[in-house]
Design a protein around this ligand. Structure first.
Ligand code: HGY
Ligand code: MN
Ligand code: MN
Length: 411
């Protein structure tokens, strides 16, 4: 019997998981290692166990659920993603990759199909990096890109220590770090951008992913009276923060190509209507598909900050939060994804990921690629994030076909 994705089961699980951490705004908020993240993890682990999977948790809280293959001596194939969200999360970012992975397992179980290689469904810790930077933290530790003790010592934007939170929610695991080393990794994810939706494609075979540069910029000025202080005497941290935001916007426009720039977080002190801000702390997110251009953008920003400190008479300090070079995925796996999409009659195209994903870390240790499905209007990190049910199911079917191919691979 051919394995088949059960539409209802997949959609029901997606709805159930999206309801955990639901906000009055409709957003799904499960910031990494909060109680809501724990609740989401507990639900997913319960589904994993109900599917008969062997669940293990590593010291950074990554969850691995193994469906054994006929040949335990062969490295397993891995799929999965994350279930932590940003504060204004949608229903599918990360969740789809994990739950479609479980749906593949359920389809194989229903069809009583044994595979040569085992299949692992992974949930990586703190992919978003919104609470604890950097993003993709769990998968970065898994591939040896960040020492465990450094990761456990990370401080969140709300002052918590990562290791304490991991213990508090009961996900400080003991499974050996970095295992199982996968034979290959395939991640299904919503595109989170406008391309597939605008161009009428159903499937994206993702062949590369752009570089990411995150930094926190702390500006110290001088608080003073908003009414009495002449403009020429001001050292206004609030103005400096606004100037940086305008600069990076203009920089991206001038550089063109794939350059993007975002000031997503700004905190002013004392943040009062009649006080010139003494301090501003903001984040800058720069991305480009080309490493040299990304470095140029970073250098242009650094030059601007030096000039601004001088002209405004403020002190500016930068702290790197995340820095990942562009990544190329495995063309062979991307080609398999296209072939499976063709078998299902789904229009597909090669593409680049604008967002960061756990797959970019797994690509450091095994052949890796991603499957994208369309985001309506390209909206994501927003409760309005939407992917048509037919596309969710289509993506899961392409994941099933791709994983099945890989699970029967001898070497
Ligand atoms: O920032 C990103 O690209 C991802 O959502 N963590
Ligand atoms: Mn994601
Ligand atoms: Mn995200």
């Amino acid at each position: 019997m051919n394995p088949a994705i059960d539409r209802r089961r997949l959609l029901d699980r997606l709805d159930a998981l999206a309801a955990i951490g639901r906000q009055p705004s409709g957003a799904c908020c499960r910031l990494a290692l909060t109680d809501d993240d724990r609740a989401g993890r507990d639900q997913v682990v319960a589904w994993m166990r109900a599917l008969g999977l062997a669940v293990s948790i590593d010291p950074i809280g990554n969850i691995f659920a193994l469906r054994a293959g006929r040949r335990p001596e062969l490295a397993p194939v891995m799929t999965g993603s994350h279930i932590d969200t940003v504060r204004t999360g949608g229903a599918y970012d990360g969740n789809l990759g994990v739950l479609a992975g479980l749906e593949v397992v359920a389809a194989l179980n229903d069809a009583a199909i044994d595979t040569e290689r085992g299949l692992v469904v992974a949930v990586f810790t703190d992919e978003e990096g919104a609470r604890f930077a950097p993003d993709m933290l769990g998968s970065l530790v898994f591939v040896g890109g960040l020492p465990l003790d450094q990761a456990l010592a990370m401080r969140s934007i709300d002052g918590a220590i990562l290791g304490d939170e991991l213990r508090r929610i009961g996900y400080a695991g003991t499974a050996p770090l970095g295992e199982p080393l996968p034979h290959a990794f395939v991640e299904l994810h919503i595109e989170q951008g406008p391309v597939l939706d605008a161009e009428g494609f159903r499937i994206g075979a993702v062949e590369d992913l752009q570089g990411i540069s995150w930094q926190e910029i702390r500006i110290r000025g001088q608080s003073n009276h908003a009414g009495t202080t002449p403009m020429r005497l001001r050292h206004d941290a609030g103005h400096a923060a606004a100037a940086i935001s305008c600069f990076v916007r203009e920089l991206a426009r001038e550089m063109g190509g794939s350059q993007v720039a975002t000031v997503g977080k700004v905190d002013l002190v004392p943040n009062l209507v009649n006080v010139i801000a003494a301090q501003a702390t903001l984040t800058v997110d720069l991305r480009n598909t080309d490493e040299a251009r990304l470095q140029q953008a970073e250098a242009r920003l650094a030059g601007f900050l030096a000039q601004l400190a001088e002209s405004e008479g403020v002190d500016i300090a930068c702290r790197p939060l995340a820095r990942f070079e562009p990544v190329r995925f495995d063309g062979g796996i991307a080609a398999r994804i296209e072939a499976v999409a063709d078998r299902h009659g789904l229009a597909r195209r090669r593409m680049t990921s604008g967002a960061g994903h756990d797959a970019q870390m797994l690509a450091r240790v095994c052949p890796t690629a991603m499957i994208f499905v369309p985001s309506v209007g390209g909206i994501s990190h927003n409760p309005a994030e939407h992917t048509e049910p037919d596309d969710l199911v289509a993506g899961a079917n392409v994941l099933l076909g791709t994983l099945l191919d890989l699970c029967h691979e001898e070497n």
